[in-house]
Design a protein around this ligand. Sequence first.
Ligand SMILES: [Zn+2]
Ligand SMILES: [Zn+2]
Length: 257
Amino acid sequence: MFVDIHCHLSFPEFDQDRPEVIERLQKSMISLLIDPGTDVATSRKSIELALRFEFIYANVGLHPHEAKTPVSESVFEELAQLAQLRKVVAIGEIGLDYHYPDYNPSAQQAACREMLRLARSLDLPVVIHCRDAWEDMLHLLSEENHSALRGVMHCFSGDMEIANACIRKGFKLSIPGTVTYKRSLLPEVIRGVSLDDLLTETDAPYLAPVPHRGKRNEPAYVRNVTEAIASIRELPLDVAAAGIARNAVELFRLPAL
Ligand SMILES: [Zn+2]
Ligand SMILES: [Zn+2]
């Protein structure tokens, strides 16, 4: 059994062939898929999809790219409503992304804080998107009373030092398909942490793993990610997969897979 804890299956990239994508993931023994939201509209779509399939769950989130200017109060109110619906298992994706030159750090940080508080008030884990902003992200989590927060760094891209800092704050690291790329630094992190700290994702339609690199990614390929982790840790595939599935069930408080 494999788990894709971060997959945008409700995005328009899958509108043409979603039933076939779902058939392929079921044939590949993917037993859990979590579809994150990036704003009000996509969060709503994630929930709609999750309500149609037992093995799909939703996240309600606000991506840092949606905080180019201060986010209005009504957006947070709508997200808070959505977050209380059935099948919503986390707040995400939320976080900081300083990768593109037009980012607005203060608007991003304010939005992220608001969403962290929502997660705390609903006792839900958080799914953090962090790109080129680790220092501010870790600082912000400390300020927002991290001891009451739990969650995952989705599409983890940090080094060993950042990995340890995240784990100390109670976060798991979700490994994406980039682990299969030649120059990835993730193998060192995967070797250096406990299997209990790892999760797997595709972040489809983005970041397809080798041998599918450059094409549209899809949830069935989370198997390639799990195989990479198993080989790096020198574990049988079923042992690595079962451990990672257990981590997901525990973090998102799901029924056993
Ligand atoms: Zn992301
Ligand atoms: Zn994503």
